[in-house]
Each structure stands twice: as C-alpha cells, then as structure tokens.
Design a protein around this ligand. Sequence first.
Ligand code: RB5
Length: 146
Amino acid sequence: MRVILSNDHGGIAVREAILSALNTLNAEVYDMGVSSENSVDYPDRAALAASEFLKGGYDFGVLICGTGIGISMAANKIHGIRCALIYDSFSARLAREHNNANFIAFGGRMHYHEPVEDMVRAFAEAKFEGGRHACRVEKIHQLESL
Ligand code: RB5
C-alpha cells in the first residue's frame, strides 16, 4: 500500500499517530507534511499532495490541518480528488465503500471520540462497493465541468 500524507502546522498533533497507524498497516508513506508549528498555508499542502497523488501509484492520501475542513475543501477543488472529512470509523469505512474517496482528512485540533489510528485502519481496510455507488461517484466528477 502506497500512501501520501501532507499537513499544515494545525495538523501536527495527530500526524505522528496517523504515521504510526500507516506503519502498522505496512504502508509505504511519502510524507510531504510539516512537523513544526511554523505557519504554512493548507491550500499549498493540499495542492502538493494532490499533484503527487495524481501522478499515479498511490492507494490514497491523508491530509491534516487544524480541523480537516480547509485542507479537504482545497483538495476537493482539484480535478480527480475525492477527499472525505473523517470523524469516526463508520464515516471512514463508508468514505471508501460508498464514495471511493482517494483522500481522507483529519484535524489536529479536533477531539475525536475514537483514536485516529482506528479511523485510518477502517478506511485502509475497506473496499469500494461499486454498483450503484459507481455512477454516483462518476456524477461527482461530472460536476467538475460546471
Ligand atoms: C490554521 O491555523 C488553520 O486555519 C488550518 O489548520 C485549518 O484548520 C483550516 O481549516
């Protein structure tokens, strides 16, 4: 499994936990994130990771900012990216099974009700169900031409 990760300064509180979860899953991680509190701009971090992802060869990407909101909004502006803002293991699993998300986003300043490691694992181990969900995902991408 090849995974790309990026974060801004707001995401540093959970990046190590996420890297550790990915390590447990034996993922090969390209870490494009920052590990200092020096301020950087989350759209730049999203653009870097998404551009790299779109070159191909990655299974999914992980983006982290303070809330996960800004960095997921930025990523979803990029054609071909489906970034899901995750808040528990259920949303993580469904983000893959129904939405075929290729990025998941978390917030380093959020208080989740379960460990981020569990959420990352739930996404990584889930499979896209296809079928009726495939045409809905296709419709998401048709919106890129509006
Ligand atoms: C940075 O302070 C913060 O705005 C950013 O990490 C993120 O939370 C934005 O959505």
